[in-house]
Design a protein around this ligand. Structure first.
Ligand code: 6M4
Ligand code: ZN
Length: 265
């Protein structure tokens, strides 16, 4: 696949979904980044991840004009993430994806400059220190996001239920009920090998609140499943010009001396 450098020219022609602010608060721990494997530091003290999702907390799926979000009931600790680099327990509140207009690019993070066609973000907030996502998103240890790379290959049976719901939320601000979906089916078979670093949201408000946990092992989805992502629109039903929802990823940010740790040697 294209490396970020060769495709940077191509990507530079991609219109950014939103204008990057000139000054970002702090700005020394922004995301996404390229992960250089040989520069990541193996940390033997990283604990195993404890990922426990309850499909009964799944509520709805909606198009927010930038991606599509599957949202969960996060009023209790039913779907949680603990362990790994985390000191506290975090609650799953939503997951969403970022993808390209072609299979040559689309992910936000890269590994040794390798681009993937899409990236899944499972978003959790620190329910030991805060009482709402909106509160946690402003705090340094507020969020934990699991990033999973997607590759085009065999059909992902668990994803199909989600793919089948997308035509109903084609336009911005459309929402449909989406229940009894187990996000655990989207995890790779091996969740022991990951990289972790301190970063930010990759969408406004770009707050530096995220402990990133990027899985080494990707998942596979079919070409046709990914094509349905691209049938979504950035635009609402009222707007004249329909713009297809593609290339909804942020450009890569400087590492600013940060260390990326790995859970594997
Ligand atoms: O911008 B993101 O995709 O990266 C992390 C995150 C957390 C919450 C919402 C959106 C995002
Ligand atoms: Zn994201």
């Amino acid at each position: 696949s294209l490396t970020a450098s060769s495709s940077r020219f191509v990507l530079s022609r991609v219109h950014p979904m939103w204008q990057e602010p000139l000054a970002i608060p702090g700005g020394d721990r922004q995301s996404p980044i390229n992960i250089t494997m040989r520069k990541s530091i193996y940390d033997p003290h990283l604990q195993p991840l404890s990922i426990r999702y309850d499909p009964r907390t799944c509520q709805q799926i909606w198009n927010n004009g930038y991606s599509f979000l599957v949202e969960f009931d996060d009023t209790t600790d039913k779907s949680t993430l603990r362990g790994g680099p985390l000191e506290d327990q975090y609650r799953l509140c939503q997951f969403h994806f970022h993808w390209g207009e072609s299979n040559a690019w689309g992910s936000e993070h890269t590994v040794d400059r390798c681009l993937y066609p899409a990236e899944l973000h499972l978003v959790h907030w620190n329910s030991e220190k805060y009482s709402l996502f909106e509160e946690a998103v402003m705090e340094e240890n507020g969020l934990a996001v699991i990033g999973i790379f997607l590759k085009v290959g065999k059909r992902h049976d668990g994803l199909q239920k989600l793919v089948d719901a997308l035509p109903a939320i084609r336009h911005k601000d459309s929402v449909v009920e989406f229940t009894r979906f187990d996000p655990g089916c989207l995890l790779p078979s091996n969740t022991d090998n990951y990289w972790t670093y301190a970063g930010s949201l990759t969408t406004p408000p770009l707050t530096e609140a995220v402990t990133w946990i990027i899985m080494k092992q990707h998942i596979e989805v079919s070409h046709d499943q990914l094509a349905v992502f691209r049938s979504l629109l950035f635009t609402s039903a009222e707007e004249e010009a329909q713009k297809s929802m593609v290339n909804n990823f942020r450009c890569q940010q400087p590492l600013r001396g940060r260390t990326v740790r790995s859970s594997f040697s």
